[in-house]
Design a protein around this ligand. Structure first.
Ligand code: SAH
Ligand code: SF4
Length: 362
């Protein structure tokens, strides 16, 4: 079987091809020109192109569908070489900056939400990815290719800044080796050159892996899916809390190196009547005392497989206002792509149902 070319660091390619500058040329084609056909890599010698064609595959993910939201975000459903599907989300947000004369410059900010696994082992009660169980880890190359395809499909210039969040399907720290390799490949200056500081790993809280990630010193940003302030509720929502409880997760966070200008993000999924009360906000404030934290409130996005309900907007606002008043940085996540169910795993579930329906009809 041919190897996925996106699986390799620049150093690995340099060791495979001589003279080694060929590796840089290949990287340039792959990550600056988004070329997915070896035959078109003009400055490579014919023999090298032949070798690449025989042994490597450039396009490993095929696009099944793309849904475009009225707010401009887009959800991509990809198929892997072994017939599995997973999704990535392209989010466009308005960005305002001041120039040196204090004039407001309106720009656009791009964030790509990447998947790290097909399915997930963690089994959170509110998450539709969890319902399908775990299928397999994505390879480093399959993670990297999501970025290439999203940049290419949207015609983003190579130098256009994008932020990456590992918040699609799967638990990134449960696929530690491949995710950290992908982060390094994506940060390579000769390639996509997306700094590790623009890459955020979101985890449901595998405490020892958070420590391990910190020890690697990659410079990535950390987001913790906290969602609850007491262990009983957190275990109900995230069963893994039994193995690593809130205190253990927070201990791991305290050991994580954070840039002076940055903070650890705590994601808090607000669910109606479950964790949307001010008492929880008070407890959250106490728990995060002493941590350079920012809180991101996410309103639960209802889907067919779940018993939970979306909270009242007013309640979420009160929750946020309380934290802000007490000096904690807190934002409410904009519901980007809500009309296309751009939360964790929902498109894939729809596709599966569609498929089943056709199988039954056929
Ligand atoms: N496994 C990692 C990253 C992927 S999940 C983690 O759990 O952090 C990314 C985010 O999507 C999590 O914060 C999760 O809480 C959120 N999410 C999952 N299902 C959701 C839903 N139905 N509505 C809103 N957010 C959801
Ligand atoms: Fe897995 Fe994250 Fe979904 Fe939990 S929320 S099941 S950890 S993908």
């Amino acid at each position: 079987m041919k190897q996925n070319i996106y699986d390799y660091t620049l150093k690995e390619l340099e060791e495979m091809f001589s003279p080694s500058f060929r590796a840089k040329q290949i990287y340039h084609w792959l990550y600056v020109r988004y070329e997915q056909d070896f035959a078109k890599m003009d400055n490579l010698p014919k023999s090298l192109k032949q070798e690449l064609l025989e042994n490597f595959q450039v396009q490993n993910l095929s696009l099944i569908t793309k849904q475009v939201s009225i707010d401009g975000s887009q959800k991509y459903l990809f198929r892997t070489h072994d017939g599995l599907s997973f999704e990535s989300v392209f989010i466009k947000m308005r960005d305002k900056k001041l120039d040196e004369n204090g004039k407001v410059l309106e720009g656009e900010k791009y964030t790509f939400c990447l998947s790290s696994q097909v399915g997930c082992k963690v089994g959170c009660a509110f998450c539709s990815t969890a319902k399908g169980g775990f299928v397999r880890n994505l390879s480093a190359g399959e993670i990297v290719e999501q970025v290439v395809q999203l940049k290419k499909d949207n015609g983003l210039a190579p130098e256009k800044r994008v932020n990456l969040v590992y918040m699609g399907m799967g638990e990134p720290l449960d696929n530690f080796a491949n995710v950290t390799k992908a982060i390094r490949i994506i940060a390579e200056l000769e390639g996509l050159s997306i700094s590790t500081r623009r890459q955020t790993i979101s985890t449901s809280g595998i405490a020892p892996k958070i420590k391990q990630l910190g020890e690697l010193g990659l410079g990535v940003q950390l987001a913790i899916s906290l969602h609850a302030v007491d262990d009983a509720l957190r275990t109900r929502l995230i069963p893994m809390n039994k193995a690593y409880n809130i205190e253990q997760v927070l201990d791991a966070v305290r050991s994580f190196p954070v840039d002076l200008r940055k903070r650890v993000m705590f994601e808090y999924l607000v669910i109606k009547g479950v964790n949307d009360d001010l008492q929880s906000a008070k407890k959250l404030l106490k728990l995060l005392n002493g941590i350079r934290a920012k809180v991101n409130l996410i309103s639960f996005n209802p889907h067919q497989e779940s018993e939970f309900e979306r909270p009242d907007e007013q309640k979420v606002k009160e929750f946020a206002d309380f934290l802000i008043q007490k000096g904690l940085l807190c934002t409410i996540r904009e519901s980007k792509g809500i009309d296309i169910s751009a939360a964790c795993g929902q498109l894939r579930e729809e596709e599966k149902k569609f498929h089943m329906k056709h199988l039954r009809e056929g």
